[in-house]
Design a protein around this ligand. Structure first.
Ligand code: MSP
Length: 513
């Protein structure tokens, strides 16, 4: 039994509604997880909710409810989003669960016992929004505090610190010697840059006088732990009994790479004698009108409406196709509509219908055995092997947009092949050679569609399954033996008609903040 592939997403903050950024990250991870399973690799896919911290406490206070009541409500909404997006996670971790809290306390105690956590008093500038002390290097050029820090006040406080600085040398070497640890690679530089400055020890406590909504330090009950120390531990606490550690991939956004995932987390693990995750897959931001999609900007929640109006799979396709992993992408109703109409409706959808039509009309709905094998057909088979190689290569680097781009070259080629072959003309010919060409044309298109549907299963699970069913093919649960060009489709009964992507009126554009 091969070792399970263990994949996670960031756990979302439980202080608002899910939006496009959250949706995207889950879809990206889901595509990876589904593909791994099809490649025959048992997979464990974890996502969850980050439920502690000042923001949650404040939101609950404002609403006059207990924080637990708030996070219970939010968890329902986030889990509904996962269901709506057809996310195949195997587990969902919430940081208020006892299974998690126990591990966080155990980590803290172990570090404390090893002398890696110490108490100190610090005075300085404190950002309430980021829940952290700031230093002068956090100031903007004009000396002010950047907006991301919100209200900044002078505070003196006794707290516990983790000796992060002790691990700086090790971390630098680890990142250098594991070039794939941070993917895409250009993101590594940002972290190495950060490591050029000496690391400060990390404040891992908050006095309960200021924050009660957190996990208590086991060695001093008048403090709770810092939300990042708590949140990062989820990746381990959720699976510690299942022998799944270390994680293969943590999928995260660029805003939480450095320092949390690239610095705090590996150092915490190193200090605890645990292995570091194999890879951080860092995606960029979705923007709307070039502004980061976020809860505070209020510009992103409505975009989920596209999943409702155009179907979950069309939305998944759009997200995967439009964002080059690592870079930012701008969401717009126009680009969505264009992809929906051009790539899905006119290209793929049309191809399916052409096949069903011709097979229905000329072969009583049963895919013929291929006849003539002429240059066009050989070209298609060759193109398939090139497409597959490109698709696999892109997926190995998690570049799903490039994989889809390559696959659509093949979809277009099949449509062009039909145009050139003009099966409607061949069908009228009394010549046996033309009949053999017609056999081949429809057999080849059916085979091409089987392969397309099979490769698309992770991205558009329901639509790809529907496509396969409509051309009379079973939905594979394993890719073994499924991706080579073959004649398995001969004799398959195709549906009469199939509308994969119905024409749709776009919903109203996302309302501005
Ligand atoms: N709770 C922390 C993560 C803890 S992980 C141990 C957090 N939560 S978040 O809700 O703010 O963000 C969750 C994930 O969504 C992050 O990976 C973040 O980068 C991603 N996104 C949030 N807004 C985004 C966009 N506009 N675009 C793409 N993803 C972004 O950070």
């Amino acid at each position: 039994m091969p070792r399970k592939f263990y994949l996670t997403t960031a756990i979302d903050y439980a202080n608002g509604a899910p939006h496009l950024g959250h949706a995207y990250e889950k879809v990206l991870a889901d595509v990876i997880a589904r593909r791994q399973r099809l490649l025959g690799r048992p997979t464990h896919f974890l996502t969850g909710l980050d439920e502690h911290g000042q923001k949650v406490q404040q939101t609950a206070q404002k609403r006059g409810i207990e924080p637990q009541v708030l996070v219970d409500e939010v968890a329902v909404v986030f889990q509904a989003m996962l269901a709506e997006l057809n996310i195949s996670n195997d587990d969902y971790i919430r940081t208020t669960e006892p299974r998690h809290q126990r591990v966080v306390q155990d980590f803290l105690q172990r570090l404390f016992d090893q002398g890696l956590i110490f108490k100190a008093t610090k005075s300085g500038w404190y950002s309430v929004r980021q829940e952290q002390f700031l230093s002068d290097k956090d100031r903007a050029e004009d000396g002010s505090w950047p907006e991301i820090y919100g209200e900044v006040t002078q505070t003196t406080e006794e707290n516990y610190y983790f000796k992060l600085s002790q691990f700086q040398g090790w971390l630098g070497e680890h990142i250098q010697s594991h070039p794939d640890f941070i993917t895409p690679r250009f993101r590594r530089n940002q972290v190495l840059e950060f490591l050029k400055e000496p690391l400060n020890d990390l404040c891992i406590s908050r006095p309960k006088t200021r924050l009660t909504w957190g996990i208590e330090l086991p060695f001093d009950r008048s403090f709770v732990t810092y939300v990042w120390f708590d949140a990062l531990t989820n990746y381990y606490s959720a699976v510690m009994d299942q022998g799944l550690w270390p994680a293969d991939v943590h999928v995260i956004g660029k805003d939480i790479l450095s320092p949390p995932h690239a610095v705090y987390w590996p150092c915490m693990l190193k200090a605890l004698g645990l292995e570091t995750p194999r890879q951080l897959l860092v995606h960029g931001w979705w923007t709307v009108n070039n502004q980061k999609a976020s809860k505070s900007a209020g510009n992103a929640t409505d975009t989920l409406g596209f999943a409702r109006s155009h179907g979950t799979d069309a939305f998944r396709y759009y997200l995967c196709r439009e964002m080059v992993v690592g870079q930012d992408a701008d969401f717009s109703p126009t680009t969505f509509e264009n992809r929906y109409k051009a790539d899905l409706g006119n290209n793929l959808g049309n191809l399916v219908n052409r096949l069903l039509n011709m097979v229905g009309r000329n072969y009583a709905g049963k895919v013929p055995a291929p006849g003539a094998d002429e240059e066009h057909e050989q070209h298609l088979r060759k193109l398939w092997s090139e497409t597959l190689a490109k698709f696999d290569e892109a997926c190995a680097e998690f570049q799903i947009s490039h994989a889809l781009e390559a696959l659509w070259v093949f979809v277009s080629a099949l449509n062009a092949y039909i145009e050139t072959r003009a099966p409607w003309k061949l069908a009228k010919s009394a010549d046996a050679a033309d009949r053999a060409r017609l056999d081949s044309c429809l057999a080849y298109v059916a085979e091409g569609l089987r392969l397309i549907g099979t490769l698309l299963l992770p991205v558009m699970p329901a639509t790809a399954a529907k496509l396969l069913a409509n051309i009379g093919r079973p939905v594979p649960t394993d890719y073994a033996g499924q991706l080579a060009w073959s004649t398995v489709g001969t004799g398959s009964a195709v549906a009469e008609k199939c509308i994969l992507f119905p024409p749709i009126e776009p919903p109203p554009a996302p309302s501005p903040a």
